[in-house]
Design a protein around this ligand. Structure first.
Ligand code: SPV
Ligand code: MG
Length: 561
C-alpha cells in the first residue's frame, strides 16, 4: 500500500471529516499543508485554468497527471486526484490508474460523464454514460491497481445532469457494488439541501464526499454531522490568487511602481522558504565534501552602552533587542540558516534566562562577568571540533558576506571592512586591522586575484605612525586547523600570561579575541582576511539601533540581511 493512500484511509476512519483543498501545483500544495488541511485535491478545473484552457478534457491525461504528480511531490499530504471521466474507456482507465498509483498518489476520483466532459457548472452538454458502462470502468480501475490501498472514488453527476435524486442514488449504489471506495455526490445547487437529502438516503458503508462550491454556506462541521466523510474545497485557492494577482498587476501598471504593494505582497524571504531554499543550502553544505560549518555566538557580556540604548536593555541582553519583529539573534540565525549553518552554539551569561534562540544550543559561561571575548569563545572549546564561524552577538550584516567567507580556503579568516579609512570618527575601541600589502611582481602586474589577504596586525591600540587600514567586523571563520591553532595559543597564553600583560589585555584571561589573534600573527601563524566595503553594522548606540529599524522597516528589504 503506498504511504499516502494508507494515510488517507486512516483519515477517513478518524472521527472527523477529512478537509481537502484544491491546488494546481506544488506551491498550492505547500500552502494547503501550511494552512492545516488534511489532504490536497488535484483539481482539473485549476490545472486547466492554470493553462488558460477550458476544463473540458482539452488537456491530456498525461498533462493532468504530471500536474498531480508535482502537487504530490511538494507535500506530505495525501493527494486526491480529479481524474475526470478516466480519459476514455475502461482501457484508458486501467492505464490511468496504474500511472497514478505508481506515482504515489492517494486516490483517483472518476466521474460518470461522457468523454470529453465539460466542467459541471457549465450549462449545456452534461450527458452521462450508462450505469453499466461506468461500473465497467470502475471494475477496470480496481482491477488495475497493484496494491490494495489505492482508492478509487466514483463521482455521481446525476444531479448536475438534472436526472434527479432517485437516479443519483441508483447510480451511487451500483458504483459501490462495482467496487468504488467512496462516492462524490456533486451538485450545482446553491442550497445544500440536495446533497443533504442524498446523505440521508445513503445506505452503503463507503464514505460520502461533498464539493460545496455553489452551496458554500454550509460548514465542514454541518457536512460531518450529515454523514459526509470528506469535503473538497475545489477551487477557492485559484480564485483567491486570480483576484490578488489582478489587483496587484493593475496597481503596478497604473502607478508605474511596486512601492504601494510591497507591504501587502509576500516578502521574497517567504518565497525562498516555500521553495525549500534553506534545506537546499544545508544539503549543499552537507554534501560539499567539506567539513560542515557550525557557529559560535558569544552573547554573554553585559555591554556598557550609552544610556540612550541602555534604557532599552534593562531587562534583556543586547542579542534579544527587537528589530522590526525579530530579535537581533533571530536575524543572525536566519542568516546562518540561509547558508546552511544549522548547528549554532550561543554562549550566554548576562540575563541568560532572557535569551531565546530556538534550535541553538545555549552554553552558560559562569565567568562572563570577569573576562572578555576570548575566554567566552574558548569556553565552548569542547565543541570546537569542526569548522566554526564565530559571530559577535552585536552585529547585523548582509548575509552575502557569509557566502563569500565560507569560500575561504584558509585556516583562519576574519571579515574586515575597508570603509574604516573613510569613517568620520576614530573610535579607539574599534577592532582595527592592517593587512599585508601583496608583493608586486617585477613587471608590476599579477594575474591572480587574492581575495584573502594576510593580516599584519590587529588590535585597539596603535602607534601614531602606524596606520590601520581596516576594521574587524566580528565575523571570523576558523577551519579545524585554525581552531587547533587558536586553542593551542589560548593554552599557551594562559600558561605564560595568566597574571601579566598579554598583548593589549591586563592578563591572558582578560584577552579579547583580537589579542589572541595578534598572538597567533606574532607566532607566524597566518591569519587571513576577507575584505568587504560596508554591508554590516554593530548595534552599540541608539543611532545604530534606529538605522537598523529603518533598514528593516519595509519587509522587502529584509531579503538582504
Ligand atoms: C474540479 O475542481 O475540477 C472539480 C470540482 O471537478 S468542480 O469544478 O467544482 O466541479
Ligand atoms: Mg474537475
Amino acid at each position: 500500500m503506498n504511504d499516502k493512500s494508507k494515510l488517507l484511509r486512516q483519515q477517513l476512519k478518524s472521527g472527523s471529516i477529512v478537509r481537502v483543498m484544491g491546488a494546481h501545483n506544488g506551491l498550492g500544495a505547500k500552502l494547503i499543508e501550511r494552512a492545516g488541511f488534511d489532504a490536497v485535491w488535484s483539481s482539473g478545473l485549476e490545472i486547466s485554468t492554470a493553462h488558460a484552457l477550458p476544463d473540458a478534457n482539452i488537456l491530456t491525461m498525461t498533462e493532468t497527471f504530471e500536474a498531480a504528480r508535482g502537487i504530490h511531490e511538494a507535500t506530505a499530504l495525501p493527494v486526491v486526484c480529479d481524474c475526470d471521466t478516466g480519459y476514455g474507456n475502461a482501457a484508458n482507465v486501467k492505464h490511468m490508474v496504474r500511472k497514478y498509483e505508481a506515482a504515489g498518489l492517494a486516490a483517483a476520483v472518476m466521474e460518470d460523464k461522457i468523454f470529453p466532459k465539460v466542467n459541471s457548472f457549465i450549462p449545456g452538454r452534461q450527458d452521462l454514460v450508462s450505469i453499466s458502462e461506468f461500473c465497467g470502468k470502475l471494475r477496470a480501475a480496481k482491477e488495475a491497481q497493484q496494491t490494495p490501498g489505492f482508492m478509487v472514488f466514483a463521482r455521481v453527476e446525476a444531479l448536475i445532469a438534472g436526472l434527479g435524486m432517485e437516479e443519483a442514488l441508483r447510480r451511487a449504489r451500483a458504483y459501490a457494488e462495482a467496487g468504488a471506495d467512496g462516492i462524490v455526490i456533486h451538485s450545482k445547487s446553491s442550497s445544500p439541501e440536495e446533497v443533504l437529502q442524498f446523505a440521508r438516503a445513503w445506505d452503503r458503508p463507503i464514505p460520502l464526499v461533498s464539493i460545496p462550491t455553489t452551496y458554500f454556506k454550509i460548514t465542514a462541521h454541518e457536512l460531518e454531522k450529515a454523514g459526509f466523510r470528506m469535503v473538497i474545497y475545489a477551487n477557492q485557492g485559484l480564485r483567491a490568487s486570480i483576484r490578488a494577482m489582478e489587483s496587484a498587476f493593475r496597481t503596478i501598471c497604473e502607478t508605474g511602481t511596486t512601492e504601494s504593494l510591497e507591504s501587502q505582497i509576500t516578502p521574497m524571504k517567504e518565497v525562498f522558504e516555500l521553495q525549500g531554499m534553506k534545506d537546499m543550502k544545508a544539503d549543499e553544505e552537507r554534501f560539499s565534501g567539506r567539513d560542515p560549518v557550525q557557529a559560535v555566538i558569544p552573547a554573554g557580556r553585559d555591554h556598557q552602552f550609552q544610556p540612550d540604548l541602555k534604557n532599552l536593555l534593562e531587562d534583556k541582553p543586547l542579542c534579544m533587542l527587537d528589530i522590526q519583529g525579530k530579535t537581533l539573534i533571530e536575524r543572525q540565525m536566519d542568516a546562518l540558516h540561509s547558508v546552511g549553518i544549522s548547528k549554532i552554539h550561543v554562549i550566554t551569561g548576562h540575563l541568560r534566562e532572557k535569551i531565546k534562540a530556538d534550535g541553538a544550543q545555549l552554553l552558560f559561561n559562569p565567568d562572563y562577568g570577569k573576562y572578555q571575548c576570548a575566554q567566552s569563545i574558548l569556553f565552548a572549546r569542547e565543541h570546537l571540533r569542526q569548522d566554526t564561524l564565530v559571530l559577535y552577538s552585536d552585529i547585523l550584516f548582509d548575509r552575502k558576506i557569509l557566502d563569500r567567507l565560507l569560500q575561504s580556503p584558509h585556516a583562519i579568516t576574519l571579515v574586515v571592512d575597508r570603509s574604516y579609512r573613510s569613517l568620520p570618527f576614530r573610535d579607539k575601541t574599534l577592532d582595527r586591522v592592517a593587512l599585508e600589502p601583496l608583493p608586486v611582481s617585477a613587471s608590476g602586474r599579477r594575474l591572480s586575484l587574492d581575495l584573502f589577504k594576510p593580516v599584519q596586525r590587529i588590535g585597539h591600540r596603535w602607534e601614531e605612525e602606524a596606520a590601520p587600514t581596516h576594521e574587524f567586523v566580528g565575523i571570523a571563520l576558523f577551519r579545524r586547523k585554525g581552531l587547533a591553532q587558536l586553542i593551542e595559543a589560548w593554552e599557551d597564553a594562559l600558561e605564560k600570561f595568566a597574571d601579566s600583560a598579554f598583548q593589549e589585555a591586563p592578563t591572558a584571561w582578560q584577552a579579547d579575541l583580537t589579542d589572541l589573534l595578534q598572538y597567533l600573527v606574532d607566532r607566524g601563524i597566518p591569519v587571513h582576511s576577507l575584505e568587504i566595503d560596508q554591508g554590516w553594522s554593530e548595534i552599540h548606540s541608539r543611532t545604530d539601533y534606529d538605522r537598523a529599524l529603518t533598514h528593516f522597516q519595509t519587509s522587502s528589504k529584509s531579503i538582504l540581511v
